[in-house]
Design a protein around this ligand. Structure first.
Ligand SMILES: C[S@@+](CC[C@H](N)C(=O)[O-])C[C@H]1O[C@@H](n2cnc3c(N)ncnc32)[C@H](O)[C@@H]1O
Length: 284
């Protein structure tokens, strides 16, 4: 029986690393933060702000856009989108401590008018109907146990024809027993499926123009380089953040590298459009 919880995922522990990084740049706990100073440390996905810029361009976001970010973490993507496009982002995050940190960082960046943080479970929280011009999500849906239900809810919260842009983990080949255990318990990857199944869930939720890009090769190389860079920076990182914080992240980054190298883990980018007509199925 697993006692894994999402809060124990190494990425979501040792959150004082953000304050430590800011302090190392001369920014104290209550100081204003130039947004650019945060972008190197608040993006918890592949390729940092380049990935977010690609989404903004694809979705044609601008100051009038209302965007829902599912699984917003400490708010990096939401702040970047608001900062570079002027759009309004509702940043939805499950974990209260991450949400509180995100809120504080957003306020200190002066982006509080354009980013609204909400703490809640994307599967159950109230979502307004036909309210958003776009929904985005980076590396979050793997944690959410019912993807079909989530996608139905997102389809209803988008205005008809609005865009959806998601990056997530997927499965290329069956995981070994050990890898599956690590995926579930350490990464909390509870809904990692084949790319084909992911596409099927979009269609079942009445999305149209569903397109999937297999990111595996790119992300596998990224994960290998990240794990190597992490080890190379051991001494410097441990000096600022402590050995335990270093070790937790090393284990996490090395596990992800190993899962790609095993041939089982995949990465995927999915884009789609919300249905043009109201959905007949029951709202859930
Ligand atoms: C890997 S982090 C990525 C954060 C952010 N998207 C980024 O790229 O920087 C995934 C986030 O999804 C959040 N999450 C997981 N399940 C969720 C749910 N049911 N509702 C809302 N957020 C959720 C986690 O708490 C975590 O902060």
């Amino acid at each position: 029986m697993s006692d894994a919880t999402i809060a124990s995922v190494p990425l979501y522990t040792n959150l004082d690393r953000i304050a430590n990084e800011l302090a190392a740049r001369g920014i104290g706990p209550s100081d204003p933060i130039p947004p650019e100073q945060l972008f190197a440390i608040d993006q918890w996905h592949y390729h940092g702000t380049d990935a977010i810029r690609a989404a903004a361009d694809h979705l044609l976001l601008g100051p009038a856009s209302r965007v829902l970010d599912v699984g917003s973490g400490v708010g990096g993507p939401a702040r970047y989108l608001a900062h570079v496009t002027g759009c309004h982002v509702t940043a939805l995050e499950l974990q209260p401590n991450l949400n509180a940190l995100a809120e504080d960082l957003t306020r200190r960046c002066g982006l509080g008018e354009r980013v609204t943080h909400r703490c809640g479970d994307a599967l159950t929280c109230s979502l307004p109907e036909a309210a958003f011009d776009a929904v985005v999500s980076w590396l979050a849906i793997l944690h959410i146990p019912s993807r079909p239900r989530l996608l139905r809810r997102l389809a209803r919260s988008l205005r008809p024809g609005a865009g959806c842009y998601i990056e997530d983990l997927a499965q290329r080949a069956p995981f070994s027993d050990r890898d599956l255990r690590d995926l579930r318990q350490i990464i909390f990857g509870v809904s990692v499926s084949s790319i084909e199944d992911y596409i099927g869930d979009f269609h079942a939720a009445s999305f149209t123009d569903v397109e999937a890009t297999d990111m595996t090769q790119d992300w596998s190389a990224f994960a290998a380089a990240r794990a190597a860079a992490w080890r190379a920076g051991h001494t410097d990182y441990a000096r600022v953040h402590g050995e335990a914080a270093y070790a937790a992240q090393e284990m996490f980054y090395d596990l992800i590298r190993r899962l790609y190298e095993s041939g089982s883990l995949a990465g995927v980018r999915l884009t789609a459009r919300a249905p043009l007509a109201p959905i007949a199925s029951q709202w859930s």
